[in-house]
Design a protein around this ligand. Sequence first.
Ligand SMILES: Nc1ncnc2c1ncn2[C@@H]1O[C@H](COP(=O)(O)OP(=O)(O)OP(=O)(O)O)[C@@H](O)[C@H]1O
Ligand SMILES: [Mg+2]
Length: 253
Amino acid sequence: MLDTKTAPQEPALRIHNLHKSFGNKHVHRGVSFDLKQGEILGLFGGSGTGKSVVLRSIIGLESPDEGEIIFDNMNLAELTEKELFEVRTKISYVFQNGALFDSLTVEENLAYPLKAHAHLTKVEISEKVNHMLELIDMKGSNKLLPNELSGGMQKRAGLARAIILEPKIVLFDEPTAGLDPVNTERLLNNILSFKRRGMTGIFVTHDIPAAFKICDRIAILHEGKINLILTPEEMKNSENPLVRSFTTGAHIR
Ligand SMILES: Nc1ncnc2c1ncn2[C@@H]1O[C@H](COP(=O)(O)OP(=O)(O)OP(=O)(O)O)[C@@H](O)[C@H]1O
Ligand SMILES: [Mg+2]
């Protein structure tokens, strides 16, 4: 049997030398990093540095001009749309506003991926949806429509829908943007409880306290490359001017 203590663990995802230009704008100039199994990796960078493009490239919504995205021994950058469909059950993307279907109730929204991808009975689907609603503190919200939910509930429901197929990796694009402190705390606690159940994630954010709370490591995207990867502790103690621009909030001023 494989000794998990000594066997070197494969990263959950390996990004190698991504390049991407839009017209004459060279956004990624050799982005490389590993996402370890079970970690939440924060991704910091000024506005327009290409953080969302990194996430979108991972699930195939953008195709890199060069480079590799290795997941499960496949290069995601080379897959067809059909192959990507399968990958998106294993890597999911939490959109900024939750991206719920407006005309579907909360339970229909959550059931949607299960109906599309899992072979479950109606009863099993309903059990899974109810269990998920409990985990995100939304027990009993089954019949509500998205426009009847608060912003925080919409985001938590979006998170629940993204996670209901138990993907290996979850990509978060500014999940706490626009949330008040109470709802931010709730969402972060939800994410942490999914992490304890084995979720691996990338967390793009400008919310430094949120990242410090939930990330194992934080990568900084700067001038088209991952400039540094540090733990929150290392980042807090760093004198590096680029790091300081984030920890002091100067990068968004
Ligand atoms: N589909 C596209 N077509 C043309 N340009 C694009 C496209 N997607 C992104 N860009 C450009 O690429 C750059 C990086 O965009 P991206 O959305 O990844 O930035 P970001 O780091 O997520 O910024 P923010 O923090 O503001 O969300 C921007 O200059 C953006 O205008
Ligand atoms: Mg973005």
